[in-house]
Ligand binder design. Structure first.
Ligand SMILES: Cc1cc2nc3c(=O)[nH]c(=O)nc-3n(C[C@H](O)[C@H](O)[C@H](O)COP(=O)(O)OP(=O)(O)OC[C@H]3O[C@@H](n4cnc5c(N)ncnc54)[C@H](O)[C@@H]3O)c2cc1C
Ligand code: FES
Length: 288
């Protein structure tokens, strides 16, 4: 257990895309144990909320872990304002179960939006385990797509897709043709819940085991509060200690989407109040 006097210094800050950042943070205890698929819980300040973020890299020698985040609400926006040299109040981890990495044969890895960053850690591990890896990276529009070169360097084949077709394929429907031509032994999908549901629906008729990373609302991340309940194969499980990875063909995605949106009105108010405090909001009004 780390003492509070020890700091979690941000050693690298990278802008991946507008509102999407990657931090490399000094955390030797976490770096020593971290594995692909696990996550950390970040606390920014003394009164800050706990936000779970997936580990997208670790360096055991340097004693650092990296995570990438999308600025969606108050805490992630505050996090985005921190800079290299700043310290986090606390970082807990590694949490959750590591991914099952072994030689499956032919693996399809699909990453959407900010989760492209942690997906590439799995791509790397799957390659090192001897798999042939096809990677799909997707985003809403081409301007927020990142790490294409990194994906190409690690994978045997890369496809790019955007929701509006501004780069690569339009949507993920093209995957049906890919799967009809080539046999895959495993699929990994990480990204927005709707995207993981779409990928699971596409792979199901082909009988490809599909692993998704679920992101229910979490508090402690250690199996104590029950907030992160998800239904998988008709059973109630905890996202934090039973996951975060689950069989995508068994997940009740509709329930997950509903539960993720439970606090949306409150989250919007908190985020807009915070923006006003910062001196402006989306409508362009200034603080004064
Ligand atoms: C295991 C796990 C791994 C995750 N990995 C990543 C990642 O690598 N990168 C990334 O950008 N995001 C990731 N998330 C989602 C991230 O935790 C939320 O976006 C973040 O907590 C939002 O906080 P906020 O205060 O900025 O936004 P808020 O305004 O509080 O919330 C915005 C939305 O984020 C979700 N959310 C809010 N609080 C939590 C919470 N405590 N736990 C989970 N979801 C929450 C809700 O759906 C909510 O509607 C992950 C979530 C989980 C559970
Ligand atoms: S976050 Fe509390 S039980 Fe999973």
């Amino acid at each position: 257990m780390r003492r509070r006097s020890e700091t979690y210094k941000i050693v690298t800050k990278k802008e991946l895309a507008p509102k999407e950042k990657l931090f490399e943070v000094e955390a030797p205890d976490i770096a020593a144990k971290a594995l692909p698929g696990q996550f950390v819980i970040v606390i920014i300040g003394e009164k800050g909320e706990r936000i779970p973020l997936t580990i997208c890299d670790y360096d055991r020698k340097k004693g650092t872990v990296s995570f990438a985040f999308h600025e969606v609400g108050k805490t992630t926006k505050e996090l985005g304002l921190l800079n290299e040299g700043d310290c986090l109040e606390n970082l807990t981890g590694p949490l959750g179960n590591p991914s099952e990495i072994k030689n499956y044969g032919n693996v399809l890895c699909v990453g959407g939006s900010i989760m492209i960053a942690p997906l590439l850690l799995q791509v790397k591990a799957m390659k090192e385990a001897g798999n042939r890896v096809t990677t799909v990276i997707g985003a809403r529009i081409k301007d927020v797509l990142f790490m294409e070169e990194e994906a190409k360097a690690m994978s045997d084949q890369v496809y790019v897709a955007t929701d509006d077709g501004s780069k690569g394929y339009k949507g993920l429907d093209f995957l049906k043709e890919v799967l009809a031509k080539e046999k895959f032994d495993r699929c990994i999908a990480m990204g927005p819940v709707v995207m993981m549901k779409t990928v699971s629906d596409i792979t199901k008729p082909f009988g490809i085991p599909t692993i998704v990373t679920l992101t229910p609302i979490m508090v402690d991340g250690m199996g104590m509060c029950g907030v992160c309940r998800v239904t998988v194969g008709g059973k109630m499980l905890f996202g934090c200690v039973d996951g975060p990875e689950f069989d995508g063909h068994q997940v009740d995605f509709d329930e997950l989407i509903h539960r993720q949106r439970l606090f949306l009105p409150e989250e919007r108010v908190v985020s807009e109040l915070w923006e006003l405090e910062q001196g402006g909001c989306k409508c362009g009004r200034s603080k004064a």
